[in-house]
Design a protein around this ligand. Structure first.
Ligand code: ASP
Ligand code: MG
Length: 449
């Protein structure tokens, strides 16, 4: 066993079915530094669980979703040669699924929702560990909730770094010598031992947190794309993989819509200077992207991201003229409702900001309550149907000619809002959903082709 430590995380598509998991096994065996494997729920499972947790449905509709989940898990189980023990454990998890999905309080109790959401990861880690063992790699399924301690904000829990470190040294480290530990992303537990979740896509964050707690040398994020691209390859076939990125650029990209990594993943990596690799478990030989603290090159334009389903809120009051404290009161309401603001612009009597409002998100979305609280102090306009397009790069404030090039590319576009200058890594534009593909293509061709 090498004395270097790598954490390998596999996303939903990488563990979606038996063949995909076999690719993961090859990847795991291919790096002798890998001692901890973090898995997402099998592709599609978390979406089904979120529906069960959040939407009131008929008995038949609930059963339909449970059956869809069972089908995914049993198809994987069906490939195991020695399935008895695993089948029994899976059975226990599936009966927990039944109980929670039909629980009378499920839509009113956040802790029950998280308990339900945790099943996807708990099932996939069980199956992945079993498949590793059958394919000659000693592995053990480990309940991450004993280590990944968080606060009690269900659906968007904040990790308790000090406790995670202690628990990892106490419970996880001693296990590593003897087998590969397969554990769950996305889930944790609070001080009362209640299950919590880190927010959609949180498994990357889990992997990075464990890497930090275990003093790992590297953390691999295996997904279905060959690294991080200059833009989403589904938008333009001109997109190309980026060999090396800085943590800061990657964090900007993740925050502004690149689907490759959960935005918080970079924080632990940055704190501990852990090199992060992103690649495709289906085609590991094609390489991928390394995320590092200091890059060899720092070009002004590195990538273009898009975040869909943005809502723009404009608050306006003549009382704001020559007045202080208006911003503070507006943001106090936003903060109280735990909404996170992305772009902000201000004028003398109005403030406009954008909020992320995606379907299927676990966290709270803009609701009537928030709007009516804002309305007690100002006029509120809510407009939706926007996408946010962001250019990520370096030294943008000081690179001459930078903005000219960008605005020339946007000449024919109605740009609703622009943000630039808060940091040297990003320039963002709010545009109508209908034109955002054209905007990304246009910018990509001017900046990268
Ligand atoms: N399974 C969770 C989700 O789909 C977490 C993850 O995959 O990272 O959001
Ligand atoms: Mg995922």
């Amino acid at each position: 066993m090498s004395n270097r430590l790598n954490i390998a995380k596999f996303g939903g598509t990488s563990v979606a079915n038996f063949e995909a998991i076999c690719n993961c096994v090859k990847v795991i065996k291919g790096n002798s530094d890998t001692r901890v494997v973090v898995v997402s729920a099998a592709g599609g499972v978390t979406n089904l669980l979120v529906e069960l947790a959040h939407h009131a449905m008929t008995h038949v509709e609930i059963q339909k979703r449970i059956d869809a989940i069972k089908d995914i898990e049993f198809k994987i189980l069906g490939h195991l040669a020695h399935a008895e023990d695993v089948k029994e454990k899976l059975g226990v998890l599936l009966s927990e699924l039944d109980t929670l999905a039909f629980h009378e309080e499920i839509h009113h109790t956040d802790s029950l929702k998280d308990q339900l959401l945790s099943l996807g990861e708990r099932m996939s880690s069980l199956l992945v560990a079993a498949i590793l063992n059958e394919q000659g790699q000693k592995a053990r399924n480990f309940d991450v909730r004993n280590v990944l301690k968080t606060d009690s904000v269900h659906g968007a829990a904040t990790p308790n770094l000090a406790l995670i470190k202690t628990q990892a040294s106490r419970l996880l480290k001693p296990e590593l010598a003897d087998a590969i530990i397969v554990t769950q992303g996305f889930i944790g537990s609070d001080e009362n031992g209640m299950t919590t979740t880190l927010g959609r896509g949180g498994s990357d964050f889990s992997a990075a947190l464990l890497a930090e707690a275990l003093d790992a040398d590297s953390c691999e994020i295996w997904t279905d794309v060959i690294g991080v691209y200059t833009t989403d390859p589904r938008i333009t076939d001109q997109a190309r993989p980026i060999p090396e990125l800085s943590f800061e650029e990657a964090a900007e990209m993740a925050t502004f819509g690149a689907k490759v990594l959960h935005p918080a993943t970079m924080e632990p990596a940055l704190r501990q200077n852990i090199r992060v690799f992103v690649g495709s478990s289906r085609e590991p030989e094609k390489g991928g992207t390394w995320l590092v603290k200091d890059c060899k090159e720092e070009p002004p334009f590195r990538a273009i991201t898009r975040r869909k389903e943005q809502v723009m809120v404009t608050v306006k009051t003549p009382k704001m003229m020559y007045a202080q404290g208006f911003l503070e009161r507006v943001f106090a309401i936003i903060a109280k409702h735990k909404l996170s603001v992305d772009l902000v612009t201000t004028s003398e009597i109005s403030v406009a900001f954008t909020l992320d409002n995606p379907a299927n998100s676990v966290a709270q979305r803009l609701n009537k309550q928030t709007i009516s609280e804002l309305e007690t102090m100002c006029d509120v306009t809510v407009e939706d149907g926007f996408d946010l397009v962001t250019i990520v790069g370096n030294h943008m404030q000081s690179a001459k000619g930078c903005t000219g090039k960008v605005f020339a590319a946007l000449n024919d576009i109605e740009v609703r809002m622009v943000c630039f200058g808060a940091n040297p890594h990003n320039m963002s534009f709010l545009v109508k959903e209908a034109v955002s593909t054209q905007v990304v293509k246009g910018l990509h061709s001017v900046l990268f082709e």
